[in-house]
Design a protein around this ligand. Structure first.
Ligand code: MIG
Length: 724
């Protein structure tokens, strides 16, 4: 059951693809109350960003900078045991109660506990335990402006949602289970993005690889040590002066030949694309954008000038469909060179400074040329220079052309990165109609999940961030983001060998499995450490699990389900399961419980039911034991991955290979926990064609009580039971 309410005249986000008729009656719901609504605040977008007619110039200027005031406030009371799930990419736990979150896409290099917002704006949540007759409901706020979710922060007993100025659409979802509500939500927002199969392989990345030889060295080390690898990422240094869609010819002479050389070794190069376009005469992306009016404007109607890595940049107006088509078309330059994967960065959009503001404060300094500064003045100037980045006042000067109306940036801020990635995704559908292209983004909004995945941004090499990585997975899945993962090993700060191993032991389950780190930090390719054999075995385990992981990903994407589920979603009757925030179901058969504390030789695990634990040191080195429901302390040495198999479930595994294409997905060994009879429906396809469907791709593997395996379906599988 879904009810849709439209408030005012919202900007179309295209988050929802289903046609749902809006309620015509006034907003009244059992679950949540509208406590404030200013008619005016829903006013339709017009003029230069919602500026009313008939104001004089000074009033227009003031209005253009005026901070948007809230349009609406919703609230609901929470029961003592009430929990809140969702909100996609965010810090803190799986249960979001007890903090305040903001949907305001931000470039945050430090994911510390006081943060309210990361890179994405994912306004979907489920309240499980509202103090109203309807205890459980889902809510999606389709709003391009800022939204605040006070999840018991101001008042522990209350959820209060504040929507910024402008129109918006609210959806209320009802269902009889948590996963049922998620499925319902997913059914209205369209199918999640599906990458090529090779993108489930291991990727090595680092901000700092500068030239072809750096990349060759990475590949050589992996191949020589038998550590699987499918991709190497190119960060901003591959470009010529950080110009999108260029390649530095000194560092990468004959780029297409290099791409080919890598492909011959089964390595895909994945270049980064930044949002800002460098202002430079003779640079065609810049010149075309200017000529056609495809860049964002400022209040005066000139192209907005910001500062990011390339120096002075213009931002392509991703909200303008024509500009989007044009920007997307530029990816062709790299596709033509043989590239088949991209990551879109800095698309919140990140803004190091706005040129106008920089000029203003430079002017302030000049005022003091003849005087001596007093301490107050020094501190003021210092603060001004330290706070140049991402100022709301600067964002408010940016204008977008939305269907001929000039809209102030803050009303559509959360749609920018989404539409950059959409630009690429739509272009790939045109330019590569047969083959899937890898694509993921840093900033996002619900709706973008149809065009690409996301990575979790600039985390740190902190143990707490392994847990954060885990806790974000189900929340993201709820919002449709299935192809996702964190920078394994941590992006900022120095990692350690044990952290790298432990993080990989979680990372082998995440669809995006990439080791990435920042320039200036300790290098963290596996060969920087001592115990290369453990790295080889653990990364190899990912490849061995590919038949299961790919199958579970595809079933979740095509069926609108979650791949990672908190125990609370799977065992809703089990109050203890709802307390568990550091274990996840991965697909239908297994639960994972990674170790995320330094020097821990194991951890506590809660089993809602009897399970079989496989303690795995690699694809062919493991022991197994059956553990009854309840609490256990489970040993897990540094080189061991814990996999808990549910009763009467199977996990198809292959032999590890050095790259995804080398994995034989038809010769399987089954992890099993047999009580009566176990059935697994395994999805497989060619891993690159579009038009994916479940139909014709599911093969049933049945393990009967007497230990016989029967296979039925399109794939010619040969299956053997794991000997333990
Ligand atoms: O301001 O391109 O999140 O993955 O390595 C930093 C350099 C810009 C931020 C991305 C990170 C990437 C880095 N980028």
């Amino acid at each position: 059951m879904i009810r849709k309410y439209v408030f005012g005249d919202p900007i179309e986000t295209d988050a929802v693809t289903a046609r749902i008729p809006a309620e015509t009656k006034e907003f009244t719901e059992d679950h949540i109350r509208l406590v404030k609504d200013t008619e005016k605040a829903f006013a339709p977008a017009g003029g230069m960003g919602w500026i009313p007619e008939g104001l004089d110039a000074a009033a227009v200027a003031a209005f253009a900078q005026r901070e948007a005031s809230p349009a609406a406030v919703f609230t609901c009371e929470l029961a003592d045991d009430g929990r809140i799930y969702g909100l996609g990419e965010n810090i803190r736990g799986i249960n979001k109660r007890g903090w305040i979150y903001e949907s305001n896409c931000s470039d945050v290099p430090n994911h510390t506990e006081e943060k309210r917002s990361l890179y994405g704006a994912h306004n979907f949540l489920i309240v499980d335990g509202a103090a109203t007759p309807a205890r459980r409901f889902g809510l999606f706020l389709d709003a391009s402006q800022k939204v605040t979710f006070d999840c018991g922060y101001t008042d522990r007993r209350r959820l209060t949602i504040t929507v910024g100025e402008g129109g918006f659409t609210l959806y209320i979802l009802e269902g009889d289970s948590l996963s049922g509500i998620v499925r319902e939500f997913r059914s209205i927002i369209g199918r999640s993005y599906i990458p090529p199969k090779w993108a489930f392989g291991y990727g090595q990345s680092r901000w700092g690889y500068k030239c072809a030889d750096d990349v060759r060295e990475v590949v050589r080390e992996h191949r020589e040590n038998g550590v699987p690898l499918d991709s190497v990422y190119l960060d901003i240094d591959y470009m010529e002066r950080y110009k999108d869609f260029t390649v530095n010819e000194e560092r990468f002479p004959d780029f297409p030949a290099f791409v080919k050389e890598m492909k011959e070794q089964h390595i895909h190069l994945v270049p980064i694309i930044d949002a800002g376009v460098k202002i430079e005469d003779g640079y065609p992306v810049y010149e075309e954008g200017v000529k056609n009016g495809y860049f964002c404007k400022n209040e005066d109607g000139d192209n907005f000038v910001g500062g990011v890595w390339p120096g002075r940049v213009h931002f392509p107006d991703m909200l303008n469909p024509e500009a989007r088509k044009w920007f997307g078309g530029w990816y062709k330059v790299l596709l033509d060179a043989g590239i088949d994967g991209f990551w879109n960065d800095m698309n919140e959009p990140a803004l190091f400074y706005a040129e106008k503001h920089l000029e203003e404060i430079a002017g302030e300094i000049r005022k003091f040329e003849k005087d001596k500064l007093n301490i107050g003045q020094v501190l003021t100037l210092q603060a001004q220079f330290m706070n140049l980045a991402a100022r709301p006042e600067d964002y408010r000067t940016i204008r977008h052309n939305c269907g001929g109306k000039m809209i102030r940036h803050d009303y559509v801020h959360n749609l920018y990165g989404y539409n950059m990635t959409r630009a690429a995704g739509e272009a790939f559908a045109r330019l590569s109609p047969e083959k899937r292209i890898l694509l993921f983004s840093r900033a996002s909004y619900i709706g973008m999940h149809r065009y690409g995945g996301i990575w979790m941004g600039d985390n740190q090499s902190w143990w707490s961030h392994i847990l954060m990585n885990l806790q974000m997975l189900p929340s993201l899945n709820m919002c449709g983001f299935l192809y996702t993962g964190a920078d394994l090993g941590g992006f900022g700060s120095d990692t350690t060998e044990d952290m790298m191993l432990r993080w990989l032991e979680l990372g082998i389950f995440t669809p995006l499995m990439r080791n990435h780190s920042a320039i200036g930090t300790r290098r963290q390719e596996f060969y920087q450490f001592g115990d290369k054999e453990s790295f080889r075995r653990i990364i190899g385990l990912r490849y061995a699990l590919l038949p299961y992981l790919y199958s579970e990903f595809m079933k979740a994407a095509l069926g609108g389900d979650m791949m990672f589920m908190p125990p609370a979603f799977v065992w809703p009757e089990d109050e203890m399961a709802a307390q568990v925030e550091d274990q996840l179901m991965v697909g239908e058969s297994i639960m994972i419980a990674p170790v995320y504390r330094q020097n821990a030789e194991g951890r506590y695990v809660y089993l809602p039911e009897t399970m079989k634990l496989y303690r795995m040191r690699g694809a062919d080195d493991m022991d197994a034991e059956i553990l009854p429901a309840g609490h256990h302390y489970v040993r897990a040495a540094l080189n061991e991955v814990l996999i808990f198999v549910r009763a009467d479930h199977l996990v198809p595994m292959a032999a590890p290979a050095e790259y995804v294409d080398g994995v034989d997905m038809t010769k399987l060994t089954l992890l099993h926990f047999l009580k009566k009879e176990a059935v697994y429906e395994m999805y497989d396809d060619d891993g690159e064609s579009r038009g994916e469907t479940l139909e014709g791709h599911l093969t049933e593997i049945r393990l009967t009580g007497d230990g016989a395996v029967r296979v039925n379906g399109p794939a010619l599988l040969s299956c053997e039971m794991m000997s333990v």
